[in-house]
Ligand binder design. Structure first.
Ligand SMILES: CC(=O)N[C@H]1[C@@H](OP(=O)(O)O)O[C@H](CO)[C@@H](O)[C@@H]1O
Length: 660
């Protein structure tokens, strides 16, 4: 640990008193260090003591980073407890930039058999926290930032995922290292829960807490605090599967992750380079392999085999709809789609005709560069390398292949996007037809889950034409996933192409136990069964969603033109405004982020703008992944959308909220 700069003398009497207290603690500590260490306690006595210690230890708010405030190395209970001096009132727990208290606590230093605490301490020394002065928050997409800032956080994610596995009875937990659609120099890390879903929300706070421990001692203290608070039995086994995308920084982050895992005695399995949804698949497959409903073979090969078998079954009575070109964003989707194609029929009536472009994983700097789902969706334009003729079907993945959008050009050329809303409506209508044809209509209901960004026409189409229920949730896949999981069949997609379909366990049972009464019912039932395997139900998956769309287009004998013709999108605009502090924008609870409560009167102003335009709809919400607020506007006329955006922009400027 480096030398500390001397503290500035304060005239504040409280601070002077606190400084005197610190000096006294330091004197006591140096006396303690000089004393001979007591002999080791007998094993039984030791166990009794640990229990007593855990019961008695008082947790105090962290009061600063001064090493002199740290408690002494543990010797006996009495001495240990002496270190827990009451915090002075003037030391408020530090708060991060989102005004959340950073729950930092001092326990004693290493507990008697604190090998894991010591391990965390040492791992934090090996991968020190970057001195950026920033607070890090586990957000919608885990932690995501410049790769060089990530090693410490990744190490801590290793620590937390191991704890999570122990807490979940030793079930496998996943850790994915990816920054999805971000540029190559960024990276990210996120945790996958036992059924392949996103990390439980309560644990996101624990991840934030660990990531903000400022030094090795605090990291060890934070670890112990969580162990006690969450009642994690450290003797229990824990297992973590991890993988990364093609970013060059992935390898160095894997080292940091492994350090966090081995520091806490967790068994780890490195799956190398995978797409994000493949890792989600593996986690669920591992945790269900000995149950009555195994999700699939626990291997990458198992993933391809499951999808290929389901694809072939679902295409039994259909004719593929011609060539599809896939832009893989120069990311991990390219090699994995090539692998997938080896398992799919290349000849015969079910032959798959897929051409891959933007597959340069050997050139990391081109990852997501002018290509990929985000580039296409947010810019409403074709990617680099596009050579499609009118009405040729194209699709784009993002950098870790967990989302997909389709598109084509009409003569002109006029760009036509078939985004997540379109995939949701296509999937919901096809599944609805199959359920009806199989004679299962009265046994299950289908719901479609969207966010406020879903195009108003798609919502109307689902309710009025498909006659299905639509639910709107806050932005972020975990919200959609949880809502969809409450339905028998829950189709969820964000407009940006991230989504999947969930079949509840009872629904799967009903589908598999249903006795068809005619050949037509049997045919529909077989296709429905195949879809339940074709769809990656753990998370949005570009490869699986693509095969689903291909199956539907082939079965419905739809061209992209017919798919587009199902409804007409409302003209819409999405912009982001850089503001000094996005946390001052607070969404109204229960409004699915379509209304604001703060800043006061801002919502009234939006409402006053919107009523002026035919079928106008607009909302403003703070982003969960960037330091911006997003502004969305929709109206019957494209011209009106532009006007609405202009008026909303003026509102930001009038209140001096926007930053240059
Ligand atoms: C309008 C939009 O596309 N928002 C995206 C974006 O969230 P924001 O909270 O809007 O930054 O990133 C999320 C994570 O990738 C994704 O789930 C979401 O759909």
């Amino acid at each position: 640990m480096g030398a500390k700069a001397p503290r500035q003398k304060s005239q504040n009497p409280h601070l002077l008193r606190a400084a005197a207290l610190r000096d006294e603690q330091e004197r006591r500590r140096s006396r303690t260090r000089r004393q001979p260490q007591p002999a080791p306690l007998a094993e039984q006595e030791r166990a009794r003591f640990i229990q007593a210690w855990l019961a008695n230890v008082t947790l105090l708010p962290f009061v600063g980073t001064d090493p002199r405030l740290r408690p002494p190395t543990f010797t006996t209970p009495a001495e240990g407890r002496r270190s827990l001096e009451p915090a002075s009132p003037e030391f408020e727990p530090r708060r991060n930039r989102f005004d959340r208290p950073l729950h930092r606590y001092h326990t004693m230093a290493f507990s008697p058999d604190g090998k894991y605490e010591k391990g965390v301490h040492d791992a934090a020394e090996q991968f020190p926290r970057p001195k950026t002065g920033k607070d890090y928050v586990y957000g919608t997409a885990g932690f995501r930032m410049k790769a060089e800032e990530l090693p410490y956080i990744t190490m801590q994610v290793g620590v937390l995922s191991g704890m999570r596995s122990r807490k979940c009875g030793g079930q496998v937990i996943g850790v994915m290292i990816t920054a999805s659609h971000n540029k190559a120099e960024d990276n990210g890390v996120k945790i996958v829960d036992p059924q392949g879903e996103m990390l439980e929300q309560e644990w996101e706070k624990h991840a934030t807490y660990l990531a903000n421990a400022v030094d090795p001692s605090e990291a060890a203290n934070a670890y112990m605090w969580l162990v006690k608070e969450l009642k994690v039995d450290q003797k229990k086994p824990g297992k973590v599967f991890f993988a990364r995308d093609t970013r060059p920084s992935g390898e160095m982050l894997v080292k940091a992750l492994k350090a966090g895992l081995s520091a806490t005695g967790i068994e780890a399995c490195d799956y190398g380079i995978l797409t994000t949804p493949q890792l989600h698949y593996l986690v669920k497959a591992a945790n269900t392999q000995d149950t009555s409903h195994p999700y699939g073979e626990v291997s990458e090969e198992g993933y391809y085999k499951k999808l290929a078998a389901a694809y072939k079954a679902a295409m039994d009575n259909a004719k593929p709809a011609g060539q599809l070109t896939v832009d893989c964003a120069n990311g991990v989707g390219a090699p994995k789609l090539k692998e997938m194609l080896k398992h799919l029929p290349s000849e015969g009536k079910r032959a798959v005709n897929i051409r891959i472009v933007n597959d340069r994983i050997d050139k990391p700097e081109v990852l997501n560069e002018k290509c990929g789902a985000d580039h296409v969706k947010s810019g409403q334009r074709v990617p680099d390398g596009f050579d499609g003729k009118p009405y040729e079907r194209w699709a784009s993945y993002d950098g870790d292949a967990d989302r997909i959008v389709y598109y084509f050009n009409e003569e002109g050329p006029v760009f036509r996007l078939l985004d997540g809303d379109r995939i949701a409506t296509l999937a919901a209508s096809f599944i609805g037809e199959l359920v009806h044809k199989a004679g299962l209509s009265d046994k299950m209901t289908i719901a479609v889950v969207q966010t406020a960004y879903a195009n108003g026409s798609s919502t109307k189409y689902i309710e009025q034409n498909l006659k299905l229920k639509v639910e709107c949730t806050a932005t972020g896949v975990k919200h959609l996933h949880h809502t969809a999981a409450r339905s028998d069949v829950g189709v969820y997609f964000e407009a940006n192409g991230h989504g999947t379909v969930l079949f509840s366990p009872q629904t799967l049972k009903r589908i598999h136990n249903h006795k068809p009464e005619s050949p037509a019912q049997l045919e529909a039932l077989d296709t429905l069964k195949a879809l339940t395997d074709l769809i990656n139900q753990t998370v949005g998956d570009a490869i699986s969603d693509m095969l689903l769309v291909e199956v539907i287009l082939a079965n419905k004998e739809y061209s992209v033109k017919e798919w587009l013709a199902t409804y007409t999108d409302m003209p819409n605009r999405l912009a982001k405004v850089r503001v000094a502090d996005r946390t001052m924008f607070v969404c109204r609870p229960g409004s699915a982020e379509r209304k604001l409560d703060e800043p006061k009167e801002f919502q009234d102003m939006i409402d006053a703008v919107v009523v002026k335009y035919k079928d106008g709809r607009a909302f403003v919400r703070p982003s969960g992944t960037e330091d911006v607020v997003r502004v969305y506007a929709e109206a019957a006329e494209s011209f009106d959308c532009d006007h609405m955006m202009l008026e909303l922009n003026q509102a930001f400027e009038a209140r001096k909220l926007a930053q240059a």
